[in-house]
Write a protein that binds this ligand. Sequence first.
Ligand code: ADP
Ligand code: MG
Length: 245
Amino acid sequence: MDNDVRSRYILQTESVIKQYKQYDETITAVNRVDIKIEEGEFVAIIGSSGSGKSTFLSCCAGLDKVDAGHIYIRGQDITKMSHDELSRFRGANMGFVFQRHNLIPQFTALENILIPTLMVNKKDGSYDETLRRLVKTLNIEDRLHHLPSELSGGQQQRVAIARALINMPQILFADEPTGNLDRANADEVLDLLIKTRDSIGQTLVMVTHDLKIASRADRIFRMDNGVLTLDRDYLDGKRKTINGY
Ligand code: ADP
Ligand code: MG
C-alpha cells in the first residue's frame, strides 16, 4: 500500500501486537489490531477491564512501543521514529488525556496546562486565546495557581483536558477522560471535546466505560482480549449490550 492511500486516514494501524512478559507468562494485551480512522471522526472504544484498551491507545499515541505492526498517523509510521522525532511529532499533532490525570504535582494547574506549549515552536502568546477559552469552558479559571493536590478529582481531570487541548492537536486520544467526573461534568466535558472537534476538525479516539458517551461517537469499537472489532450490535441498532449495561 502506498503512502497516499495511508494518508487518507489520520490514524491507521496494521496488525499491531503488544505483549507483556511477566515471569514465564506472556500476556498479549493487543492482538493484531487493524483500524482505520478518518480525519474528524469520533471513535469510541469500549470493552471490559483488562481487555487492552489503554495499552492500544498508548501505542497509537506513541507512548508505548509495539512488538509488531505499524501505526500511521497522517501517513507517517510512528513505530519507525526515533525518540526525539516522535516527541516533536506528538507535540505537533497529538493530545492525550490519561485514565489517571498524570499532572505534575510540583507544578500549578496553569504550569501543567502549558507544558505541551514548550514542545512546539509556536510564537509566544499564540496560545493565549486557546488558554482563555479552555479554562473558561472547563470552569477552572480560579484554580489556575493551585497545585494539583489542592484541586478536586474533577478539577484535576479538567486541568488534564486543558493540557491535552492547549496545542489544538489534530488528534486527541482520551482514556476514560470522564471517569472521575459526575454526570453533569462528564456531559459538559464531552460537549467541549465535541465542540473542539467541530471547530478544528479534530479526530477524537476515546476509551470509555460510559455508554451514554459512547453513543455519541461516529463509530464504536469493542476490545475483547486484545482483539478490536466494530461493535455490530450497536450498529444494527439492537443496542442490547448498550441498554442492558
Ligand atoms: P484496559 O485498559 O482495557 O483495562 P490494559 O490495556 O490496561 O486494559 O491491560 C491489558 C492487559 O495487559 C491486562 O491483562 C493487564 O494486566 C496487562 N498489562 C497492562 N499494562 C501492563 C504492564 N505494564 N505490565 C504487565 N502487564 C500489563
Ligand atoms: Mg484502561
